[in-house]
Design a protein around this ligand. Structure first.
Ligand SMILES: Cc1cc2nc3c(=O)[nH]c(=O)nc-3n(C[C@H](O)[C@H](O)[C@H](O)COP(=O)(O)OP(=O)(O)OC[C@H]3O[C@@H](n4cnc5c(N)ncnc54)[C@H](O)[C@@H]3O)c2cc1C
Length: 393
C-alpha cells in the first residue's frame, strides 16, 4: 500500500527546480504568506501599470514565472516537455480575464479551438479548458439560470453563447481532446450545467469528451451527480466530471445573506470535505459511466483516491481518473503522483504578462487567504532547500 508520506518527498516534488528556482519560490511564498503585504502590493502594481512604469519584466521574472507557463503556446512547450519527462501532463489555460464584448467572446472561442488543435498534436496535453463567462456575458448566464425573459438582443447573445460552446465541443470531439468547463457563481451555473449536459448527450456517447465541474462546497452537488448519473443512463451517454471544492465561497455567502436566501455553501470546511469525498467516491465507484478529474491541493482527498485505486486494483494510469493541481502550487502532489504513474496534470495558465495580471493577483490573494496551504508550500520548499544543502556537503 502506498504510504501517505509519498507526498512529503521533496526531492521528487521539486525535481525540475534549479537552486535558483527554489530560492525564487521561497521568496514568493514568504511574501504572499504575509497578509498585510498583499493588498498594498496589488495596489502599487496596478498603479505602476497605469502609469506605464516598466515593471512587466519584474513581474515576469517573479510571480509570473511561479504561476504561469509562458506568454504563448510555444513559450510553454519546453516546460510542458520537462514536466512530461516526470510523467506529468499539462492543460493549457489562456488566462486572460475580464473581456465583455461579443467580438472578444468570439476571439476567445477561436483561441480555445486553436488550443484544442495544438493539444491534439501533443501527447503531453490531454485536456482543454473553458470558462463559461469567458464565452458570454455573465448577465446572460444569470438571466437564463433564473428563467428571466431575455430582450431580443439578449436572445441573440444567448444563441451566440450556445453556438460558441457547441463549436468548442465539436472541435474537441473532432480532435479527440477532452474539454473541461469551469464552474463559477451558483447564480449563473444552472444555465451552464444545462448547456454542458446537452453537450455530453451529443459528444459523450462512445467516449467521454465533455467534462463539467462540480463545486463540492455546494451541499446540493452529491444529489446533482446522482441525478445526472440516472439521466445519463436513461439517455445512453456518459459523464465527465471535474470535482473541486469551489473558489467563490465568500462571494456566495455574502450574496445569500444580502438577498436573504439560504446559502448554497456547506456550513463549514468539514462539511465541504465530506461532500467532496462523497462525490469523489461516488464517481470512483461508477467509473464505467463517469470519468473523473480530481482538481485539488488537498492531500487527504488525494490520498483517499489513490488508496481506492490501489484497493480496487485499478491501474494507476487508468484513463478514467485524473489528478490536477495549479501550476506553481502543490508540486509535492503533482510530481509524486506523476512519478508513481498516476495521471497527474498541471493546469498551466499562460498569456501576455499584462493580460494575466488579474489571474496573478487572484493567486496571491487566494494563497494569502488559504494560510494553511501556503505555509505547507513554504515548509516543503524550505525542507528541500535544507536537503540540498546537506546533500552538497
Ligand atoms: C485543477 C483545478 C481546477 C479548478 N477549477 C475550478 C473551477 O472550475 N471552479 C472553482 O470554483 N474552483 C476551481 N478550482 C479551485 C478550487 O475550487 C479550490 O478553491 C482550491 O483548489 C482549494 O481547494 P482544495 O481542495 O485544493 O483545498 P483545501 O485547502 O482542502 O480546501 C479549501 C476549500 O475548502 C472550502 N472551504 C474552506 N473553508 C470553508 C468553510 N468555512 N465552509 C465551507 N467550505 C469551506 C473552499 O472551497 C476552499 O476553497 C480549481 C482547482 C484546481 C486545482
Amino acid at each position: 500500500m502506498l504510504d501517505k508520506k509519498i507526498f512529503s518527498n521533496t526531492k521528487r516534488a521539486f525535481i525540475l527546480k534549479s537552486d535558483e528556482d527554489l530560492k525564487r519560490s521561497i521568496f514568493i511564498f514568504k511574501l504572499i504568506s504575509i497578509p498585510s503585504l498583499v493588498p498594498p502590493g496589488i495596489f502599487f502594481t496596478k498603479l505602476a501599470l497605469k502609469l506605464r512604469l516598466p515593471i512587466e519584466w519584474l513581474i515576469k521574472k517573479t510571480i509570473f514565472k511561479q504561476f504561469c507557463g509562458g506568454t504563448s503556446l510555444n513559450d510553454c512547450l519546453t516546460g510542458i516537455k520537462n514536466m512530461y519527462s516526470k510523467h506529468v501532463y499539462s492543460v493549457l489555460d489562456y488566462s486572460v480575464e475580464g473581456k465583455v464584448s461579443e467580438e472578444e467572446f468570439d476571439k476567445a472561442t477561436d483561441t480555445k479551438i486553436n488550443i484544442i488543435k495544438f493539444a491534439a498534436q501533443q501527447k503531453e496535453i490531454p485536456f482543454a479548458v473553458a470558462k463559461p463567462t469567458g464565452l458570454g456575458r455573465f448577465e446572460i448566464w444569470h438571466k437564463v439560470s433564473e428563467n428571466k425573459t431575455l430582450t431580443p438582443t439578449e436572445e441573440k447573445e444567448w444563441q451566440h453563447i450556445k453556438d460558441r460552446i457547441k463549436r468548442i465541443c465539436k472541435a474537441a470531439s473532432e480532435h479527440n481532446v477532452k474539454v473541461m468547463f469551469d464552474a463559477e457563481e451558483s447564480w449563473m451555473q444552472d444555465a451552464a450545467d444545462q448547456l454542458i449536459e446537452n453537450m455530453m448527450k451529443i459528444y459523450n456517447k462512445d467516449r467521454i469528451i465533455v467534462f463539467n465541474t462540480m463545486q463540492c462546497y455546494r451541499w446540493d452537488r452529491l444529489e446533482y451527480v446522482k441525478q445526472s448519473h440516472l439521466k445519463s443512463k436513461e439517455g445512453g451517454y456518459k459523464l465527465g466530471f471535474k470535482i473541486v471544492r469551489g473558489a467563490y465561497m465568500e462571494k456566495e455567502n455574502k450574496r445569500a445573506e444580502k438577498l436573504s436566501y439560504a446559502t448554497p455553501i456547506c456550513k463549514n470546511k468539514a462539511a465541504t470535505d465530506n461532500t467532496f469525498n462523497q462525490v469523489m467516491y461516488y464517481c470512483l465507484n461508477h467509473l464505467d459511466d463517469i470519468n473523473l478529474f480530481i482538481g485539488t491541493h488537498n492531500e487527504e482527498s488525494t490520498y483517499g483516491a489513490i488508496t481506492f485505486l490501489e484497493e480496487k486494483q485499478i491501474d494507476f494510469n487508468d484513463e478514467r481518473v485524473w489528478f490536477g493541481q495549479l501550476y506553481g502550487m502543490s508540486e509535492n502532489l503533482t510530481f509524486n503522483l506523476g512519478i508513481e504513474n498516476f495521471n497527474a496534470v498541471k493546469l498551466v495558465p499562460f498569456g501576455p504578462v499584462r493580460d494575466v495580471i488579474p489571474y496573478l493577483f487572484r493567486r496571491a490573494q487566494e494563497n494569502t487567504s488559504v494560510q494553511g496551504q501556503t505555509s505547507r508550500e513554504l515548509n516543503l520548499l524550505l525542507e528541500e532547500s535544507q536537503r540540498r544543502k546537506k546533500e552538497s556537503v
